[in-house]
Design a protein around this ligand. Structure first.
Ligand SMILES: Nc1ncnc2c1ncn2[C@@H]1O[C@H](COP(=O)(O)OP(=O)(O)O)[C@@H](O)[C@H]1O
Ligand SMILES: [Mg+2]
Length: 180
């Protein structure tokens, strides 16, 4: 099964392509439900386009005729008995919400979200990640990191490896032994 962290990467890459400057990603585990939201302030989608965007044959990419990110994420969530929603407003942004039933045998593992987070880092885009397990929470905000870094680019190799470790340690500590 494809790890949920890779689905999140796909959906956040859509936000990057939609020229978002800020993307907020929340991953919340509580009461046997894992909820993932990806919210951006990118160009959004029209109502008509939004209605067919969960169909794999809807894409504005030109390199391949079949779009994949959204239909795959939807299937992955619904297969567990969970749910999927996408809301969007042209000129304002988009929010994707997927809910997974944690103990379903059809649920993919969460995988390495710290890897997803560092892969997306760049000078012109900001991220807020909020990771919550059973009420304990960790927030990672690239605007705060950039303020500390000054002129050092957030995606320089040393900073990436530092941030990957920081994220991993915080996620481990929030998990407290739970493996999602
Ligand atoms: N966050 C978003 N903001 C604006 N448009 C989006 C967003 N996410 C997806 N789209 C539109 O929906 C289409 C389908 O997305 P997706 O299923 O990931 O397939 P693909 O990215 O391969 O086209 C994209 O081509 C894009 O036009
Ligand atoms: Mg995509």
């Amino acid at each position: 099964m494809r790890e949920i962290a890779l689905n999140i990467l796909d959906i956040a890459e859509n936000s990057v392509k939609a020229k978002a400057s800020l993307i907020e990603i929340t991953v919340t585990a509580a009461d046997n439900i894992l909820t993932v939201t990806i919210t951006d302030n990118g160009k959004g989608m029209s109502k008509d386009f939004l209605e067919k965007v969960t169909d794999p044959f809807t894409t504005t990419r030109t390199t391949r005729k079949v779009g994949m990110g959204i239909p795959l994420f939807k299937d992955a969530a619904e297969m567990t008995g969970g749910s999927f929603e996408i809301e969007s407003e042209p000129g304002r942004g988009t929010r994707v919400t997927a809910r997974f039933v944690i103990d379903s045998i059809d649920r993919a593992p969460l995988g390495d979200i710290s890897d997803t987070a560092v892969t997306l880092l760049g000078p012109d885009i900001d991220f807020v990640w909020v990771y919550t397990v059973n009420g304990r929470s960790f927030t990672f905000d690239t605007r705060e990191i950039k303020a500390e870094l000054g002129d050092i680019p957030i995606n320089s190799p040393e900073i990436i490896s530092f941030l990957r470790n920081l994220l991993k340690e915080n996620i481990d500590s929030i998990n407290g032994g739970t493996v999602l």
